[in-house]
Design a protein around this ligand. Structure first.
Ligand code: NAP
Length: 529
């Protein structure tokens, strides 16, 4: 059953402390601002995504000064639930006042209508027992709840250590327990999710790992039983490292649809933050009514990826640089072409839990070409001899094309030609040769890469030009080819074709190619990379 992101009923764990009747949604948007104006502008904008907000008062130089406006806001928007937080500097916040002034401010926040206040565990521990009991009683009398939070800015402990942190907080009997750690690996998410699974049976628990590697926990902790998760109001307005904008969690990571049956896929590499694969695949999953999501996985070590694939588990992974070769020894099986190329860009986890490897980059090159020309006997020039060139050369030779390779480092081209039964050419001979197609597999044409053209204008002796580069969409090579009236194929088409084959391998259904192309192209036009 899909989770109601703005539901008004909080699931009550059987033995958890009772919570006053609150509208606690599943998605809490943390809002901050350097000025009251900025804070409320962000809060107002956030309300279209969730009516559950956290006000980070400590981002203001004078937090108390904003309380009258906050009171008016709560009066105006009676449907909104607010957590008031005024984290002190020594515990990762910005508030420079004392413990007493923090607690005084939180009580005032409760008095004006904030339904939850966040006190960090270190502050709770600095209080005397009677002082904290008085604070908690006063909150309850005002109808507000206490959330006690722990933040570890350096690491994520193993599940036993995290359980101890929960117990440390639970000893104060707060209505909500929040444990935030820092993910240094993908496997850290497993520890955190295990803690959420175990402890959410007895506590209203929030568990999140910060940092880029912690994204899995931000998306999947609700599914593990967390009371809610946090998001930022917008990109650039984060209150914690790795926080994701609410719209992104809802649209890209399908927060409202995730349940126990959701199949999880990943795109693995480093760097990976700007990968367009999650957008392309999540759009395709939605379009085809498939209960699945794709997450970007920043992989520093292959072992870390293999652990998360096995233990999360992941149903499949799109593999990018630098893992395409490294992953081969870990495959239970792969198709013959992937073995010959020696690079795998797609993993599928079998029902037996073992990994099967595929190379869909080949289809990404071959399919766009075969739509426009006959490949058997065609003379095709490949510029470059790296990873992308390997897929093109092996794939095209297999289709019966006569393939020629030119590369900056000639020996590398010669080695690839020998292996793939292709020909190697010196660049100086290019002007004297004619081809049916030229494929650029070098990064020339990407912003900042020199030269912008991989070959000279006089060497453009073909009727079709295919540029694998797709940032920018219209590369200098494609511009030149178009100006000459040649047929062109963009790297975007290759990207979508290789992704479409991945979709088919993972789901067994035809891919909605047109929709995949549309969203990726739109994104590239909106945010040229
Ligand atoms: P790679 O393994 O690093 O290979 C790069 C190749 O380009 C090498 O042959 C290298 O020559 C050559 N090269 C690099 N810089 C050059 C320069 N300034 N001038 C001339 N030659 C240069 O990279 P890759 O994984 O094959 O990727 C290559 C390009 O293809 C990237 O731009 C990537 O984004 C794109 N790509 C696109 C898709 C898609 O779906 N559209 C898929 C995969 C890759 P040396 O041997 O002399 O170093």
């Amino acid at each position: 059953m899909p989770l109601a992101v703005s539901s008004t009923i909080d699931p009550q764990p059987a033995t958890a402390p009772s919570v006053p009747r609150l509208r606690v949604g599943k998605l809490c948007i943390a809002v901050q601002g350097g000025t009251a104006q900025e804070l409320f502008a962000r809060a107002d904008a956030a309300l279209k995504d969730s009516v559950f907000l956290e006000f980070r008062l400590d981002f203001l130089s004078k937090p108390a000064s904003v309380l009258p406006d906050l009171k008016a806001f709560l009066h105006r928007r009676r449907d909104v639930t607010v957590i008031a937080t005024c984290r002190r500097k020594s515990f990762g916040g910005h508030f420079t006042g004392s413990l007493n002034s923090e607690m005084e401010l939180l009580l005032k926040a409760a008095e004006i209508g904030c339904q939850i206040v966040d006190l960090e565990i270190e502050s709770a521990e600095q209080c005397s027992r009677p002082q904290l009991a008085r604070f908690h009683t006063a909150l309850r009398e005002m109808g507000a709840s206490l959330l006690i939070s722990s933040h570890d800015f350096s690491r994520t402990r193993r599940p036993e250590g995290l359980n101890q942190t929960v117990q440390r907080i639970a000893a104060y009997d707060p209505e909500f327990v929040k444990v935030v750690t820092t993910a240094r690996s993908l496997a850290d998410n497993l520890s955190l999710l295990r803690m959420v699974e175990d402890q959410s049976l007895t506590s209203h628990l929030v568990g999140i790992a910060m940092g880029e590697e912690g994204l899995i926990s931000r998306v999947l902790s609700l599914r593990a039983g967390a009371a809610f998760t946090f998001a930022s109001a917008a990109e650039g307005a984060e209150t914690a490292p790795g926080q994701v904008a609410a719209r992104t969690l809802l649209d890209l990571y399908r927060l409202e649809q995730l349940d126990q049956a959701t199949r999880i896929f990943g795109v693995a590499g480093n760097p990976i933050a700007h990968s367009l694969s999650p957008l392309m695949h999540s759009t395709a999953f939605r379009r085809e009514n498939i209960n699945a999501v794709m997450l970007p996985l920043k992989v520093r070590a292959l072992d870390d990826l293999l652990t998360i694939v096995r233990d999360l588990p992941l149903d499949g992974v799109a593999v990018t640089m630098p893992l395409k070769q490294e992953v081969l020894p870990h495959l239970a099986n792969m198709d013959a072409l992937t073995a010959r190329i020696g690079a795998c860009n797609t993993l599928r986890t079998g029902a037996d839990g073992r990994l099967y490897g595929f190379n869909t980059d080949v289809a990404g090159v071959v399919r766009p070409l075969e739509k426009r020309m006959r490949l058997r006997g065609a003379r095709i020039l490949v510029l470059g001899a790296g990873g992308a060139a390997r897929a093109a050369v092996f794939g095209l030779v297999e289709q019966g094309a006569e393939v020629f390779i030119v590369n900056r480092t000639h020996e590398r081209a010669a080695a690839l030609a020998r292996k793939a039964k292709a020909h190697v050419l010196r660049q100086s001979l290019l002007a004297k040769n004619k081809f049916d197609a030229i494929i650029n597999t070098t990064p020339c044409g990407m912003a900042g890469v020199k030269p912008a053209l991989p070959i000279k204008e006089s060497e453009l002796n073909a009727s079709l030009v295919f540029d694998m580069v797709y940032t920018p969409l219209e590369t200098p090579l494609l511009k030149l080819a178009r100006a000459r009236g040649l047929t062109v194929i963009s790297g975007l088409e290759m990207f979508v074709q290789q992704g479409a084959r991945q979709f088919e391998i993972w789901t067994g259904k035809p891919a909605p190619e047109a929709e995949m192309l549309r969203v990726v192209e739109l994104e590239l036009r909106r945010h040229p990379q």
